[in-house]
Design a protein around this ligand. Structure first.
Ligand SMILES: [Zn+2]
Length: 256
């Protein structure tokens, strides 16, 4: 961790800073954004990660974190409210160590500078902006790749993992690339309508392979985790920098 001289901040001030940047009230989301589990009131060390998994929480405990900032928190629409099994264990660890858990889902995908889509675009060298789909979550950029396979190879090199690419039989040069990080296969048709030649997201489901073949718009599935691991550290590092907090991103590998 970078030691910035031990500055600290009140939990509520940090929450206000996150909320001010990410504006969760603008989103219709699948779970609560903001402070999901309350820990100690004074925060000096911030850890960021993609998902509030037990592995991340244990690593944050080892790093003596006062707060964790994640993209995927603990609570989602459709849960039945029972705190048992794996969920009990995650919450028990947080409470036992008095660690705050901050989670921002769609607001972190969408942030124009520090969000997952913006940061993935930066990594891939795509100068894009929000251009299609619900809640400004689909991004588009001009590009110049001779084939979809060339784009897929570029994505694989940047993300350091294999990607699945389904393209039409005709093949076509890639002049417009659309993307949305994570599990955004449901955005594929909106990307096609918006005029993309290729669409990048984390995961593919069965129907999208047929759509890619039939429309000639390539679908590249590059990993849910792999496409969503840049927003949380970018935003947390920015806020920690502004407030003089210590910050470290903890990568917990995930093949999905
Ligand atoms: Zn996700």
């Amino acid at each position: 961790m970078a030691d910035n001289g031990g500055m600290s901040i009140e939990r509520q001030e940090l929450l206000a800073r996150f909320d001010g940047l990410l504006q969760p009230e603008r989103f219709k989301d699948y779970g609560p954004n903001g402070l999901q589990v309350e820990g100690r009131s004074e925060i000096r060390r911030l850890v960021s990660g993609v998902t509030a998994s037990r592995a991340l929480i244990e690593a944050a405990i080892a790093a003596r974190a006062d707060a964790i900032f994640v993209h995927h928190g603990l609570f989602w629409r459709g849960m039945d409210g029972r705190i048992t099994g794996w969920l009990k264990e995650r919450i028990r660890l947080l409470l036992a160590h008095d660690i705050n858990l901050f989670a921002y889902h769609l607001p972190l995908d969408a942030h124009p500078l520090w969000g997952n889509n913006a940061q993935l675009g930066l990594k891939l060298g795509l100068q894009g902006e929000a251009a299609f789909g619900e809640q400004g979550l689909g991004w588009m950029a001009a590009a110049d790749f001779a084939t979809a396979q060339n784009l897929a190879t570029h994505v694989q090199q940047v993300l350091g993992r294999s990607a699945l690419c389904v393209a039409g039989a005709e093949g076509r040069p890639i002049r417009r690339v659309a993307w949305c990080t994570g599990g955004a296969q449901g955005f594929f048709e909106a990307a096609i309508t918006a005029g993309a030649d290729a669409f990048i997201t984390g995961e593919i489901s069965e129907p999208q392979a047929h759509l890619a073949r039939e429309t000639g718009v390539a679908f590249i599935a590059a990993g849910h985790h792999a496409t969503e691991r840049y927003g949380a550290p970018a935003l947390a590092a920015h806020v920690a920098d502004e407030l003089g907090l210590e910050h470290a991103f903890i990568e917990v590998d995930n093949p999905a």
